[in-house]
Design a binder for this molecule. Structure first.
Ligand code: NAP
Ligand code: F7E
Length: 326
């Protein structure tokens, strides 16, 4: 039986990836950091909480990683753990760097020492492009110009992954994924904040929705589709880096309009209020990925169109509130 270690198992992508690997008969180890009350809600949502073997560890604690890699010797390691919220990365720049940059070095070093044949996936991001090639698409050849401490930390981790591959011949891949969302997306990210806010307005629990800049454009896909690309990257004969994206871009405002419309509310302008607290010191104005390489080499394709994604998220949040009231 193949085995895999997933860090960040309690987040959004961890549960979708774990579900995919369990369906392929993997034994899945999930690394969780020490918490007084760990939150298994996302794994519960996908019905797989009891199918995973949990191990305590933290990317910033290199001894914990050495022990895990030594004991498990996973065939595949998916490093999804991160301080992933761009907005907080200015206030907690050092912590973001320790987890997202140095943490990845810790994990790669542990693998090199105790399980050098493990295949490694690094969760890289379109935030590394930032302002790079703002006039068109971003692909594997687009220069990086990160705009946040988060983006900068991920550039370090990306190049460290490439460097372990080039220096030690390790099977280390970097998946440069554009924004991907789902009904279990963290509540502070804009899509889920909108779907949750619209649901609260729909059921009468809120009167308005406070947002920052509505003009930035993002290439939004469905997390369930994107974890397939992660898996496929580690099944290749040789390790490479891939952009994963839909190729479509939409403004935050377009997401807002469609979310309200999906809930049967026409006049979104009456509910959405601008709040400068949600604006960023430096914005990434336009992301639109070109995933031709992944489509050709991995046979991967995004399956969920933008309107279906918005509908899935809004309907899931409305159902959550309706179920609570039963
Ligand atoms: P997420 O929901 O924020 O999940 C991240 C997970 O990392 C959380 O479960 C968190 O644990 C864990 N974590 C944080 N600090 C840790 C530490 N020091 N040690 C161990 N675990 C730690 O993120 P996601 O949306 O699933 O994204 C997965 C990965 O892909 C992240 O690396 C993110 O940066 C990257 N990425 C995401 C997107 C996207 O659009 N979703 C796009 C490109 C790249 P707790 O539950 O304990 O807080
Ligand atoms: O912001 C704008 C905000 O926080 C999207 C992470 O998964 O994807 C994510 O990063 C846009 C930005 O995601 C609000 O300024 C307006 O332009 O949902 P977000 P993100 O920053 O794109 C990348 C690929 C990752 O790797 C990250 O880990 O929406 N925006 N008003 C707002 N954003 C938030 N959060 N809240 C607002 O009220």
């Amino acid at each position: 039986m193949a085995n895999a270690l997933i860090t960040g198992i309690l987040g959004q992508d961890g549960p979708y990836l774990a579900k995919l690997l369990l369906e392929k008969n993997y034994k899945v180890y999930g690394m969780i950091r020490r918490y007084s009350t760990p939150q298994f809600d996302n794994l519960d949502y996908l019905g797989i909480t009891n199918k995973i073997e949990y191990i305590e560890g933290d990317l910033t604690d290199d001894a914990s990683l050495l022990n895990i890699i030594k004991n498990v010797r996973p065939q595949e390691v998916y490093n999804l753990a991160a301080q992933s919220f761009v907005g907080s990365s200015w206030e907690q720049a050092k912590l973001t760097t320790e987890i997202n940059a140095v943490g990845v070095l810790n994990l790669l070093s542990a693998i090199k020492l105790f399980s050098p044949t493990s295949k490694f996936y690094q969760a890289s991001t379109s935030e590394m492009f930032g302002l790079g090639n703002d006039n068109g698409y971003q692909d594997e050849n687009t220069p990086f110009h990160p705009r946040s401490p988060y983006g900068i930390s991920k550039v370090y981790a990306h190049w460290m992954t490439v460097n372990f591959r080039e220096s030690y011949g390790m099977f280390a891949c970097s998946g440069i994924l554009f924004n991907h969302e789902s009904p279990i997306r963290g509540i502070q990210f804009v899509t889920r904040k909108i779907s949750d806010g619209v649901a609260k307005i729909k059921v009468g629990l809120a009167k308005d929705l406070l947002l920052g800049d509505l003009e930035p454009k993002r290439d939004w896909g469905f997390a369930g589709d994107y974890v397939e690309a992660m898996y496929k990257m580690l099944q290749q004969e040789k390790p490479e880096d891939f952009v994963v994206a839909t190729g479509e871009t939409h403004t935050v405002k377009e997401f807002v309009e469609l979310a309200f419309k999906t809930a049967g509310i026409d006049n979104w302008q009456s509910y959405v209020k601008s709040d400068p607290r949600f604006k960023r010191p430096a914005e990434v104005p336009h992301l639109q990925g070109k995933s031709d390489k992944a489509q050709k080499a991995l046979g991967w394709k995004p399956k969920t169109p933008f309107p279906d994604l918005v509908k899935m998220m809004v309907e899931a949040d409305i159902k959550r509130y309706q179920d609570k009231n039963k």
